[in-house]
Design a protein around this ligand. Structure first.
Ligand SMILES: C[C@H](O)[C@H](C)C(=O)SCCNC(=O)CCNC(=O)[C@H](O)C(C)(C)COP(=O)([O-])OP(=O)([O-])OC[C@H]1O[C@@H](n2cnc3c(N)ncnc32)[C@H](O)[C@@H]1OP(=O)([O-])[O-]
Length: 578
């Protein structure tokens, strides 16, 4: 699980070997301990490099081990032994250094990263905290404010940001291991006193209490109900106020309060579930591992309303060339402005350049003749969508995949409007499409495995969690939403207010309460679906049939709002006034 070799005469090269992400399983940790011992005892070895196999440094502790009886050498003493070594140890970081992977790198004396590498203390996203010294070393290395931001959010940093923060010592575009070996040769024999982070004082602003109070407030607000971010703040506070060894004890104590928590188990379940859905299969027997996706280089979005704009941004941010088509002049002009703004804001957040040149706009659907894949996102009206698919089927080149962003209409019916129904699948995004991670890839009985595989792969490239689902009304996400919204409406009928219901949901941890979310998406979308289901009887707000329809309890409150034209944010008022 870790290989040792002496290279360039005097450098001990330790390679983590635990595919696919070099997670620090018991065997991997044992391998590292043995390889470090060999490196330190070999008189010919003057300095050491630790790298990962297959272009990835290390994906952190082995999450699959959690909840089992963990054996093998513990991480903390392993990292301490590396830091205490009298030979310089250089981490060669490619791909990812996350969680315990970054903590391992922080125990090394130097860190060299590839320019495309990503680093992060991601434990909080699994309901945990960095428990191999990360909460004590990172603040000592980059200061309390920056460390708090990374540890309480678990966000990834690019190699460039890591260099700017001081997490890494060098960034390279060349072969990372070769550069790290050169670096190791250059530091052989040098004093390591100033390279052991655990010995650093923790630089902390004078008003430490005010700082931690402020951060604690922010964390409670942004991650409502979550316990791990709070423990992260407490662990970093220990780094700022206690000697290292006591800080490490505090880190372990706080980790113990999280490790078996329901939230940690749920978030780790979610981590694996989001990967399990990538191993999809279809009733026809087609599967993820036997269906070959086709690469997409140029895509188109038809319809630049709220969803179309978000989809165009998400595609452009993936690096694809995008043709954005909107036939209505007013909508077209507004969309151009809005899409550029969304890309500029996104780019600013990630410290990158906005991919403005990736999108070309047109009011003529003929502009999509040479794309590899089209996503139709016109208004939720079957007649309009039928016309668009008929046009696309004649305009697009042979083999172009035709996808619809419909939230509930029959994907197979749209496929029947085309010459090649096997190329039609649903790609159902959730508002805002450039932010929400869920993507439903809807297969009809005639969708080809390659169409599904291509849409699933494109979704992953867009940073989405792609889920292959069947073609029934509401697919999966909106079918889950239906009873959720119904119960919220029943609460209103039983005396609650939208604010109370939303408040309870947001306190539990939902980013948006269900009524705020409905106002954001537009109440008219659901109204249209209910009409399609034959549930809406205009003006019928009282009498027995008002509240029992198709044999089930029904609340007409949403219909009443829509009849008044209150569609939510888009009309300035819905459940709330804007
Ligand atoms: C002590 C310490 O303080 C604490 C306590 C910790 O360290 S807690 C752990 C902290 N570490 C993390 O938060 C990193 C989590 N992983 C990722 O972010 C990503 O995996 C990746 C590294 C960026 C690669 O992305 P990818 O898109 O190339 O592949 P994938 O599809 O995601 O993953 C490919 C396969 O590897 C599996 N896998 C990924 N990371 C794993 C991990 N850390 N442990 C075990 N399995 C892991 C994953 O389930 C999938 O399995 P399967 O489905 O094939 O069976």
């Amino acid at each position: 699980m870790a290989q040792f070799a002496r290279v360039s005469r005097s450098v001990g090269l330790i390679t983590l070997q635990n595919p696919p992400v070099n997670a620090l399983s018991a065997l991997a940790r044992q391998g590292i301990v043995d390889a470090v011992k060999r490196a330190l005892s070999d008189p010919k070895v003057k300095s050491v490099v630790i790298c990962g196999q297959n272009g990835i440094f290390c994906g952190g502790a082995d999450i699959k081990e959690f909840g089992t009886n963990i054996t093998g050498p513990p991480l903390v003493p392993m990292i301490h032994a590396i830091e205490a070594s009298n030979k310089p140890v250089v981490a060669a970081i490619e791909g990812s250094a996350f969680g315990g992977g970054l903590e391992l790198a922080l125990g090394c004396h130097y860190r060299v990263a590839h320019s495309k590498a990503k680093l992060g203390l991601t434990e909080v996203t699994l309901g945990l905290l960095p428990a191999a010294g990360g909460t004590q070393r990172l603040p000592r290395l980059i200061g309390v404010p920056a460390a708090l931001n990374l540890i309480t959010t678990g966000r990834h940093v690019t190699a460039a940001e890591a260099l700017q923060l001081g997490i890494v010592d060098q960034v390279t575009d060349h072969n990372t291991v070769d550069e790290a070996v050169k670096f190791a040769l250059s530091v052989a024999g040098k004093s390591l006193d100033a390279r052991r982070i655990s010995t650093y004082p923790c630089p902390c602003p004078s008003d430490v209490d005010a700082l931690f109070e402020e951060v604690m407030q922010k964390v409670r607000q942004s991650a409502r109900g979550a316990i791990a971010p709070i423990a992260c703040v407490q662990a970093v506070r220990a780094a700022a106020t206690l000697p290292y060894s006591q800080g490490m004890e505090r880190e372990q104590e706080l980790m113990a309060t999280l490790f078996t928590s329901g939230q940690a188990r749920a978030l780790q379940y979610c981590f694996f579930a989001q990967r399990a859905v990538g191993r999809w299969s279809m009733p026809s027997g087609a599967r993820w591992d036997t269906s070959k996706p086709r690469s997409i280089h140029k895509a188109a979005v038809i319809g630049l309303g709220t969803m179309g704009r978000g989809i165009a941004v998400a595609l452009a941010q993936t690096g694809l060339s995008v043709v954005a088509v909107e036939t209505q002049e007013k909508q077209f002009m507004e969309a151009k402005k809005m899409v550029s703004g969304m890309m500029e804001r996104g780019a600013k957040r990630h410290g990158t350049a906005p991919p403005l040149d990736k999108i070309t706009y047109s009011q003529n659907i003929q502009a999509v003749a040479d794309v590899d894949l089209v996503i139709e996102a016109v208004f939720e009206d079957m007649a309009l969508k039928e016309k668009v698919f008929q046009q696309l089927s004649t305009i697009c080149k042979q083999g172009t995949f035709l996808c619809t962003n419909t939230s509930a209409l029959d994907v197979d019916h749209l496929a029947s409007q085309t010459r090649n129904p096997e190329l039609v699948v649903g790609m159902h995004f959730f508002a805002p499409a450039h932010v929400m991670k869920l993507l439903e890839v809807v297969y009809g009985p005639r969708s080809s495995p390659q169409a599904v595989a291509t849409a699933m792969q494109l979704g992953k490239k867009m940073g989405k969690v792609s889920v292959a689902v069947g073609n029934c009304r509401g697919f999966v996400g909106n079918r889950m939403l239906k009873p959720y919204l119904e119960q919220a409406l029943f609460l209103l009928e039983e005396g609650a207010t939208p604010e109370l219901v939303d408040g309870a949901l947001e306190e539990f941890g939902f980013a948006l309460g269900v009524f705020k979310m409905s106002d954001l998406s537009g109440l008219d979308v659901g109204w249209k679906v209910r009409k399609g289901d034959g549930l809406v009887e205009p003006g019928l707000a009282s009498g027995p049939s008002a509240r029992i329809r198709q044999g089930r309890r029904y609340s007409p409150l949403g219909d009443l709002l829509c009849e008044q034209g209150r569609f939510g944010q888009k009309t300035g008022q819905g459940w709330y006034r804007y």
